[in-house]
Design a protein around this ligand. Structure first.
Ligand SMILES: O=C(O)CCC(=O)C(=O)O
Length: 336
């Protein structure tokens, strides 16, 4: 017996509640601690960023007398050029950061990393203690707390790779798959052996981004290529933690920001910092700990992104579920 279209039940419309992350990315982020996004930056944008990185590193190297063949890093990079600033809320990537961390976040650090070729470098054991770039996981001085043998989930970094790192030993970052679930103290245990098959050398094309838990053990391969390696990192942590590169961003920079950007730069909407609960001076609370309405504009932003994704999925659903909208089982069109 055939069922008429009016009787048939459409596929249920089950929109994803995330902003952008896929199931596979979520699984990899949980299990391995990172995932890659190829072509996160278009070639033209990579070109512009490379120009900025070159200009800045030339200027700072001259100012500090750093030789051209020495590695170089600029911290709080976002404050040094508008192209670097614009990446703090790059929609394509910020949606993924919000998906893994939620909306109560800020920028902890942003850095430019430049690594010229290492002429005459004798290749030793990867990430060995005392080597040019030993295995480590990111942490403030005195360390992050270790709970149940691991660092709790406190931050992610987004790495943007601007130069070609597809060759082995071209200065790419290496991560140990799943090491965010281990104690970083093990790194210094001479008896602990990292399984070679868990080491991932991030050999990627220019424009690739990596979203990774900074508790992951990481190190670098030596740059034995003839190209200088250039990349950017943006670290996001929670608003109730402290930033790493700044206490407070420059007021002139904050004045130019959108509300979301101000949040990401660790600022409250009023710059007031403290709120008195029910106006009672016996109960002051930090706005970072107890946000007031408007202190987390990323929340409204995320809602908008979620709605956009839902609309997109709705349009796709409608294409494959051709029943009239009033048919039994057809859901109502999502509203803003
Ligand atoms: O890729 C780099 O140059 C440095 C990566 C790193 O160690 C970090 O971001 O913590």
């Amino acid at each position: 017996m055939s069922i008429s279209a009016a009787q048939a039940q459409p596929e249920p419309f089950e929109p994803d509640s995330h902003l952008a992350i896929t199931e596979a990315q979520r699984r990899q982020f949980d299990e391995d601690g990172f995932f890659l996004i190829e072509n996160a930056l278009k070639p033209k944008r990579v070109e512009r960023l490379l120009e900025v990185v070159d200009k800045l590193s030339d200027r700072f190297r001259k100012a500090h007398g750093t030789p051209a063949d020495a590695p170089y890093q600029i911290r709080n990079a976002l404050a040094h050029h508008k192209e670097l600033f614009r990446l703090i809320d790059y929609r394509k990537i910020l949606r993924l950061v919000v998906d893994v961390m939620g909306v109560n976040i800020q920028i902890r650090t942003s850095h430019v990393d430049v690594r010229p070729p290492m002429k005459d470098h004798a290749v030793g054991e990867l990430g060995a203690s005392g080597s040019f770039f030993p295995w480590h996981s990111d942490a403030p001085n005195y360390g992050y707390p270790i709970t149940n043998g691991a660092i709790p989930f406190l931050e992610v970094k987004v790495g943007y790779y601007l130069t070609d790192l597809t060759e082995l030993n071209s200065g790419a970052i290496c991560v140990v798959r799943g090491s965010h679930r281990l104690s970083p103290e093990l790194i210094h245990d001479p008896d602990y052996r990292i399984e070679p098959e868990d080491i991932v050398e991030v050999n990627v094309k220019p424009g690739t981004a990596m979203v990774w838990r900074t508790a992951l053990w990481h190190c670098l391969t030596p740059n034995l290529s003839d190209r200088t390696r250039k990349c950017l990192y943006y670290g996001y942590n929670y608003r109730w933690a402290r930033p790493g590169d700044y206490d407070r961003q420059d007021a002139r920079l904050l004045a130019r920001c959108t509300l979301v950007q101000r949040q990401l730069l660790g600022s409250n909407t009023t710059e007031d910092g403290v709120v008195y609960q029910d106006g009672d001076p016996a109960h002051p609370a930090s706005r970072f700990w107890r946000p007031e309405p408007g202190d987390v504009p990323l929340e409204a932003w995320a809602e908008k992104q979620r709605h956009k994704r839902m609309q997109k999925e709705w349009r796709r659903w409608k294409k494959t579920n051709t029943l009239p909208p009033y048919a039994v089982g057809a859901p109502a069109e999502p509203t803003p």
